[in-house]
Design a protein around this ligand. Structure first.
Ligand SMILES: Cc1cc2nc3c(=O)[nH]c(=O)nc-3n(C[C@H](O)[C@H](O)[C@H](O)COP(=O)(O)O)c2cc1C
Length: 317
């Protein structure tokens, strides 16, 4: 464990790298590999039934005895059941996203959890800190998955949140290299949360066709859309085009909801149906070029981070 870094100390991990919880992508295999390598693996429970969550917790634990966490989008109906399973299985770290932290944080703290909440604005960060969370994850507009309506980028959000709260800030969105990690730490973050990069980890649950599409993606190939429902950054493709067509035809929120339907994220990311599916990934996919074991990714991130710090030493003016 790294005792000089407050996030490493809080979580009992070696490196200040959190693998973001990702529905359909981060199961026990990926989570176990990340935690075994010294980061914090996070199970994406948003796509899991109770039994499946239990299975993935046990799978992660069969790989490592180091800490890992579960991400719980708090507006889902299964929240209480998910938290009960975490308690039964002895998982102590919860990353909450969506929902109002004032409604659930004190009860999670009373139940003994370390709580970190994902925010996309300074206002949300202050609210989360006031609710008693242990750390906030400030996620910028570049990030894959669901996102803030304000469109604040990581570069702007992280220092603004760091100035506004006195708990540790973890930066997320657009980070897939040790250089970007160093930049986030320079802005006031004490750790980083990385999602998109781990889609291409050997241990991720992403369908091969989805990974290929992510690795082939270029600048401008992802866009934030469906702001009226829940803003989400998608890889362009047939479904994205359908959404744009619906906007051209002045679709109502109801019509957009109907178009989105159910199960599109599963269809695209887990089953590899690139035409019908919803393909969530961040802008940083334009920098991602290859598959790798998650442990190698962590090792490379730390090497790049340390060499960036060395390089920066000579840059004073
Ligand atoms: C495919 C995918 C699924 C995601 N699912 C979730 C989720 O279920 N809950 C959540 O809080 N964040 C989710 N995220 C966000 C990540 O946890 C993380 O904060 C984000 O990916 C960081 O930005 P990056 O993609 O630029 O690394 C998802 C991201 C991706 C790419």
């Amino acid at each position: 464990m790294n005792n000089s870094n407050p996030v490493c100390k809080l979580l009992g991990i070696k490196y200040p790298i959190i693998q973001g919880g990702m529905a359909w992508i981060s199961g026990g295999g990926l989570v176990g590999a990340v935690s075994a390598a010294g980061g914090l693996g996070v199970i994406g429970s948003g796509s899991m039934t109770a039994d499946l969550l239990r299975h993935h917790i046990r799978k992660a634990r069969s790989i490592t005895d180091r800490p890992f966490a579960v991400n719980v989008p708090m507006m889902y109906h299964r929240t209480e059941e998910t938290i009960n399973i975490m308690e039964e299985e002895g998982v102590k770290i919860i990353i909450t996203s969506a929902g109002n932290p004032a409604a659930f944080t004190s009860s999670l703290k009373e139940r003994g959890f370390i709580v970190m909440h994902v925010v996309s604005s300074v206002r949300q960060a202050i609210k989360a800190a006031q609710s008693g969370v242990d750390a906030v994850i400030a996620e910028g507009f570049e990030a894959g998955g669901h996102n803030g309506k304000q469109e604040t980028t990581t570069m702007v959000l992280v220092p603004a949140v760091a100035a506004a709260v006195d708990i540790p800030v973890i930066a997320a969105g657009g980070i897939a290299s040790g250089e970007a990690m160093a930049a986030a730490m320079a802005l006031g973050a004490k750790a980083v949360q990385i999602g998109s990069l781990f889609i291409a980890a050997d241990e991720s649950s992403a369908h091969e066709a989805f990974v290929d599409a992510v690795l082939a993606a270029d600048e401008g190939d992802t866009m934030l859309t469906l702001k009226e429902l829940s803003p989400v950054r998608l890889l362009k493709g047939q479904f994205y085009d359908q959404v744009q067509e619906a906007y051209k035809n002045h679709a109502t929120v109801e019509e957009l909801r109907e178009l989105l339907g159910r199960g599109r994220a599963r269809e695209g990311m887990l089953c590899g149906n690139l035409d019908k599916g919803e393909l969530e990934v961040g802008q940083v996919c334009m920098m991602m070029k290859k598959r790798m074991p998650a442990g190698e990714m962590i090792k490379e991130l730390i090497e790049q981070y340390n060499s960036t710090l060395d390089r920066m030493k000579g840059m004073g003016v």
